[in-house]
Design a protein around this ligand. Structure first.
Ligand code: NAD
Ligand code: ZN
Ligand code: ZN
Length: 344
């Protein structure tokens, strides 16, 4: 089969021919229908050898959907022909967090060597994908896999970040979304769908700000040193009850820290390498900072239900598997609008 692999440190990913994998006991093989590109892929491909922990060669793709194609011995819960999406943050299935469906916070995954597809295990940018257990599969039914595959990360991650601070997003509150890219443009729609907060989006790219307005942002500002004053001005000096930072670099975390309201919350989702030193006098009274990771299985079910009701629509740019290396170049250059999705 064909697979898009990151094969050596610092090189571009390439499409290669590898043996089609067979599902082992309990596993499920999918014929991939769609696989999304995430900025985290470009992050890991930019790591130096001493920090790179994902194994080589790595088949990319941690947003995956497919048709169940073959069941390993003893696999139950899905049938050949089912259209499914993959819940990516695989855990041990047995610890306290996993028992709550929050496998994104599994306490055993690291020690057991369990890694998400595309982030250690072979990913979805291939003709076929092996999924370790049918509990990681969410039925898509009549949802289009290309339109919805990115909800498994670009939908689930913002959803988890938003529901973790719903109490702050009351009528009259303001939510700031920094970075209106793959995750950010879905975050804006989720905020619209499940809260009545006013939404302010920041980005460095005018086209992304236009997309932010199109999907529901009330106000948009360029992400620069004037942004803090613009947010303070728009909130009568109070600041934003929640700031979602989908970039996470030093300039954006500085904006987050300076524009959050008292008793507000900063959700650091972007892995841009910035730090937010907190101390009594460095953040407003009562403010808290969280670094949420991906989301739970039940949250993913809820995200797909939002899509079924028409509340969330990923802005998708399609690519073939052969075009995927080019799609990564465009993601790296910041010229993808919404989410890039590979259709093998
Ligand atoms: P993306 O490239 O699709 O979007 C990033 C957006 O940020 C773009 O619109 C870009 O123009 C904008 N941007 C860049 N610099 C900016 C700045 N200084 N101020 C404001 N906007 C700026 O990326 P994505 O796939 O949406 O991922 C967003 C971030 O979230 C990445 O860092 C990614 O690695 C991370 N991520 C984290 C998790 C998690 O579980 N915490 C999950 C998925 C992705
Ligand atoms: Zn991701
Ligand atoms: Zn676990």
């Amino acid at each position: 089969m064909r697979a898009l692999q990151y094969r050596s440190i610092g090189s571009a990913p390439e499409v290669v021919e590898i043996p089609t994998p067979e599902p082992g006991p309990g596993q499920v093989r999918l014929k991939v229908t769609a696989a999304g590109l995430c900025h985290s892929d470009t992050f890991l491909m930019g790591l130096p050898a001493e920090q790179y922990i994902y194994g080589l060669p790595l088949t990319l793709g941690h947003e995956g959907a497919g048709i169940v194609d073959k069941l390993g011995d003893g696999a139950t819960g899905v049938a050949v022909g089912d259209s499914v999406a993959v819940y990516g943050p695989w855990g041990c299935g047995h610890c306290h967090a996993c028992s709550e469906g929050r496998e994104n916070y599994c306490t055993n995954a690291g020690a057991l060597g369990i890694a998400p597809p595309g982030l250690g295990a072979p990913g979805a940018m291939a003709d076929y994908l092996i999924v370790d257990d049918s509990r990681h599969l969410i039925p898509l039914d009549d949802l289009d896999p290309v339109d919805t595959v990115s909800l498994t990360d670009a939908g689930l991650t913002p959803y988890h970040a938003i529901v973790s601070c719903l109490d702050r997003l009351y009528p009259g509150s303001t939510a700031v979304v920094i970075g209106a890219g793959g995750l950010g443009h879905v975050a804006i729609q989720i905020l619209r769908a499940i809260t009545s907060a006013r939404i302010v989006a920041l980005d460095i790219d005018e086209d992304k700000l236009a997309l932010a307005r199109e999907v529901g942002a009330d106000l948009t500002f360029p992400s620069n040193t004037d942004a803090v004053a613009a947010i303070r001005n728009a909130t009568g000096g109070v600041g934003a009850q929640v700031v979602f930072d989908f970039v996470g670099t030093q300039p954006t975390l500085d904006i987050a820290q300076q524009s959050v309201a008292m008793d507000g919350k900063i959700q650091i989702v972007g892995i841009g390498g910035g730090v937010l030193p907190t101390g009594f006098f460095s953040t407003p009274f009562g403010a808290s900072v969280q670094a949420p990771y991906w989301g739970s299985r039940s949250e993913l079910i809820e995200v797909f239900d939002l899509a079924r009701r028409g509340f969330v629509k990923v802005h998708v740019e399609r690519f073939t598997l052969e075009e995927a290396p080019h799609a990564y170049e465009r993601l790296h250059a910041g010229t993808i609008s919404g989410r890039a999705v590979v259709v093998p």
